[in-house]
Design a protein around this ligand. Structure first.
Ligand SMILES: Cc1ncc(COP(=O)(O)O)c(C=O)c1O
Length: 387
């Protein structure tokens, strides 16, 4: 995969096993990004007023074709937190209502829902999922144990952050819809890592990041809302699209696309990112990465003296593998791995548990994972940071 490695801007002195946190953008896509910034600067008024809306529509179209939705049902936003704040702020919550989620959700999303639930007197129910997980059915059964007559919506990650587990969101959304609930999915890690088809997935609301596994520059994410629900959600930033004097055919797009003066260059790179995927046959790249990630999970667990969080199968694992570790200081362990071994890998807390997670992307090699395992073994033998 040397040809692929050379496409990326990553520092060659660092073993980058953390694609999951902020992605990594290949050179041709980054050049496209800079091209748009230059265009914008050369002719600001024309760019913002005339070209901008047309170019954004082209980006939404390219994205919609990839994720299986109409271009007018998806808006481009900076990050999934932004998307979920749009939703949680306007969600019609009443005193006593409940939002059902798992205890494996991303911390920023937990904070968002907790904040708005508290304001409305509603409850954010973080249903416990037993980890290691053993089957999809176990997750589904445990999740719905949190359901009550007060549940208004479910909120769930397609692929979790600290535990890196692919959850059975397709099945869970189908059951939730049968029960008349609104389904909200945090798919930050999904697009580009697993196939996504919003026309069949019964998610009413879905957010995903393009700057992780779709390889765009940072600040490119999306919010999809089922057309029937779009009018529920006000813009997070009230601007010219609200009570527009020149409304377009879609209030949803007017509301959330017009957000004051901002750099939209990252949004415009989606067509280039799609072209890059085709040129490098990224589905095949991604498939082989997934296989290597899974094949190394057991060795990772042995090196860190930890237990795998799930069977090493397609049901639960894609291009990231995580372990719960016995570590008294995650910051120090992460710093040691970076400073001494030159390995960038996230070591973090979720609740009171410590985790370490590798990502495997097209630019990574087996040799890099071998170095990680050797480093972990040495750290176990020589420090108190891993036992
Ligand atoms: C599950 C999950 N949701 C959401 C996010 C997005 O976070 P942000 O909005 O801070 O980019 C992440 C980022 O890693 C994540 O792992």
């Amino acid at each position: 995969m040397e040809n692929i490695r050379s496409q990326f801007l990553l520092n060659p002195d660092i073993i980058h096993l953390n694609h999951g946190s902020f992605g990594a953008c290949p050179k041709p896509i980054f050049e496209d990004y800079q091209k748009w910034q230059l265009e914008l600067e050369k002719n600001t008024v024309n760019f913002f007023v005339k070209q901008g809306p047309i170019l954004l529509e082209q980006s939404r179209k390219a994205l919609g074709e990839f994720i299986g939705c109409d271009k007018d049902d998806v808006v481009l936003v900076m990050n999934p937190s932004y998307a979920m704040n749009i939703i949680a702020k306007s969600f019609p919550l009443k005193n006593g209502d409940e939002i059902l989620c798992t205890d494996l959700e991303y911390g920023a999303m937990d904070r968002t829902w907790n904040y708005y639930c508290k304001k409305a007197g509603a409850k954010y129910v973080q249903q416990k999922i037993t980890v290691p997980v053993t089957s999809k059915q176990q997750i589904i059964d445990e999740f719905f144990q949190g359901l009550t007559s007060k549940t208004k919506a479910i909120f769930i990650s397609h692929i979790t952050s600290s535990t890196a587990l692919r959850l059975p969101v397709e099945e869970i959304c189908a059951i939730a819809k049968q029960k008349g609930l609104i389904t909200i999915v945090d798919g930050a890690h999904a697009p580009g890592q697993i196939p996504l088809d919003l026309s069949t997935l019964q998610a009413d609301i879905y957010t995903g990041a393009c700057h992780k596994w779709l390889l765009t520059p940072k600040g490119c994410s999306f919010l999809y809302v089922n057309r029937a629900l779009q009018e529920l959600f006000d813009p997070l930033v009230i601007s010219w699209g609200y009570q527009s004097e020149t409304p377009s055919h879609s209030q949803f797009i007017d509301y959330h696309q017009l957000q004051g003066t901002r750099d939209i260059a990252a949004f415009l790179t989606i067509p280039k990112a799609m072209e890059f995927r085709k040129e490098f046959d990224w589905e095949t790249v991604s498939d082989s990465c997934r296989k290597i990630a899974q094949a190394n999970y057991q060795r990772f667990a042995e090196a860190a003296n930890a237990t795998m969080l799930c069977p090493a199968s397609d049901e639960f694992l894609v291009q990231m593998c995580s372990l719960e570790i016995n570590c008294p200081d995650t910051v120090r362990l992460g710093t040691l791995l970076y400073d001494k071994y030159r390995i960038e890998i996230p070591v973090f807390m979720h609740g009171n548990k410590s985790y370490i997670r590798y990502s495997f992307q097209g630019y990574n090699t087996q040799e890099e994972l071998d170095k990680l395992f050797a480093a972990l073994a040495e750290i176990r033998n020589t420090t108190e940071l891993l036992s």
